[in-house]
Design a protein around this ligand. Structure first.
Ligand code: FUL
Length: 471
């Protein structure tokens, strides 16, 4: 046990995983033939003539995401219906046979260019499951898929995330496909080495639910078994021809008991996906059901605040624009976030650490600088903050330095009521970011206690905040 924990504690993300984790907020644009047929899953028999976004404005879509704080936008270049949003050379089922821009348009290009203009990272979703291709279910489909992937990875500049869906049903010939994942990964690594490969991929793991809620205990280091394609497929949607109905998150994937017999360990962090609407694609009838700013805020706390990256879907409407309701809710939520995290009250305090040095790095706003205890054997500590005046807060922020490793297993937070310490928050893992909300505390003295850690714990940042009103 001790040996494996030692290994787990020293595992760190790759550069591409680290960059991805730091983005925190990523957006999905589900857009395609389904937008025009009012469906969630097309069957591949749609007439491309239906695709006609009268006012498509990729800049409006990307800028809306950017203004709301998103750092990366993933476009569904091809969903399960096989309809391509770019004029692929390898199929007729694409924008080139649509009336939009007389068949001369390219949505992928417009979104990629808008991302460049607004300095937002760009990602692609390419559905392995293709209900239109006649080749589906044969070896030739893997070539077809590689050809499409090559187009997407060579014609549009930098791609930072490639998202492979787990849904895998039958194609038009009633056959299922055996995907050549190894070949796809090799291609991506050779053409766009900085891109993370997500979900049916080795770099980023599906959290296990489409509700936007991550686990309270979220380890980014887990057994390599979980990363095997078969396991991913089984855990996600291999045999599911409908949306995953259940929540398959489970309690904890990387705790001591979970990894003690692991043959190998991997850094495999969680992505928490959810749509701003009930469906993934735009449906007029769901305009009243756009998640409210406060629901989005709850999602933020339970995704980014639980050591995950949030992937929020904001589907453009039939015109090819983000609907007003969606933009409004996004902006109000982003305002809430900005107001809440505007100033860190911990900066006002004098800090006393029971062990180690660099107390100032806990509040310097620099993720790279961090505090740790004096030796790897030192796995507990206490950090006391004393404010010159009583302060009121209801949010605690903690960040470990994951470039050293993810280590904290148990922590608590207490305030001094003049007589004794009163507990107001506790948790297990921290990881890249942990946010906890609790009933308002007003005090002059507050302490963080690290109760258990795999080797010496690190903390890059600690914050105490008061939530902005309206939450
Ligand atoms: C699922 C798909 O079946 C949905 O349509 C959507 O694209 C979602 C993000 O992933 O597996």
């Amino acid at each position: 046990m001790e040996q494996i924990i030692h290994k787990a504690a020293n595992l760190v993300p790759t550069e591409r995983q680290f960059k991805w984790q730091q983005m925190e907020l990523t957006a999905f644009l589900h857009f395609g033939i389904n937008t025009f047929t009012d469906k969630e899953w097309g069957d591949g028999s749609e007439d491309p003539q239906l695709f006609n976004p009268s006012e498509l404005n990729a800049e409006q879509c990307v800028k809306t995401c950017k203004d709301a704080g998103f750092k990366l936008v993933i476009l569904t270049a091809k969903h399960h219906d096989g309809f391509c949003l770019w004029p692929s050379k390898y199929t007729e089922h694409s924008v080139k046979n649509s009336p939009w821009k007389n068949g001369k348009g390219d949505v992928v290009k417009e979104v990629a260019n808008a991302c460049k203009k607004y300095d937002v990272h760009f990602g692609i979703y390419l559905s392995p499951w293709d209900r239109n291709s006649k080749l589906y279910g044969t070896d030739a489909y893997n070539d077809y898929f590689v050809n499409q992937l090559t187009e997407l990875l060579t014609q549009y500049g930098k791609v930072d995330e490639v998202w492979f869906d787990g849904a895998n049903g039958e194609g038009p010939n009633k056959k299922k496909q055996v995907y050549d994942f190894a070949r796809w990964y090799k291609l991506i690594r050779s053409l766009q080495s900085q891109a993370v490969i997500s979900i049916m991929g080795p770099d980023v793991r599906w959290v296990g639910t489409e509700t936007g809620r991550g686990r309270e205990t979220e380890w980014s280091v887990i057994s390599a078994d979980v990363q095997s394609q078969e396991k991913i497929a089984a855990a996600s949607q291999n045999d599911v021809v409908f949306k995953p109905k259940s929540d398959v998150r489970g309690e904890d994937l990387g705790g001591r008991e979970k990894i003690k017999d692991a043959k190998a360990l991997v850094w495999y962090p969680a992505e928490t996906d959810v749509s701003i609407r009930p469906g993934w694609f735009f449906h007029e009838k769901e305009n009243e059901k756009v998640k409210t700013p406060s629901q989005l805020n709850d999602i933020y706390f339970s995704s980014v605040g639980r050591n995950g990256v949030l992937l929020l879907n904001i589907p453009p409407n039939k015109k090819g624009l983000i609907q007003t309701e969606d933009s409004l809710h996004l902006f109000r939520w982003s305002e809430m976030r900005n107001n809440t995290f505007k100033s860190n009250l911990a900066k006002l305090a004098s800090i006393k650490i029971s062990k180690g040095k660099n107390a100032h790095s806990l509040v310097d706003g620099n993720y790279k600088s961090y505090w740790t205890t004096s030796s790897p054997k030192d796995t507990s500590a206490e950090i006391i903050f004393t404010f010159p005046q009583p302060q009121t807060f209801d949010v605690l922020l903690l960040q470990e330095n994951i470039m050293v490793g993810q280590r904290i297993e148990k922590f608590g937070a207490e305030y001094w009521n003049g007589v004794k310490w009163i507990s107001f928050a506790e948790g297990t893992t921290v990881g890249y970011k942990r946010l906890l909300r609790f009933p308002t505390v007003t005090c002059k003295k507050v302490r963080l206690i690290i109760l258990a850690s795999r080797l010496n714990p690190t903390i890059s940042e600690i914050g105490f905040y008061k939530q902005a009103s309206g939450q």
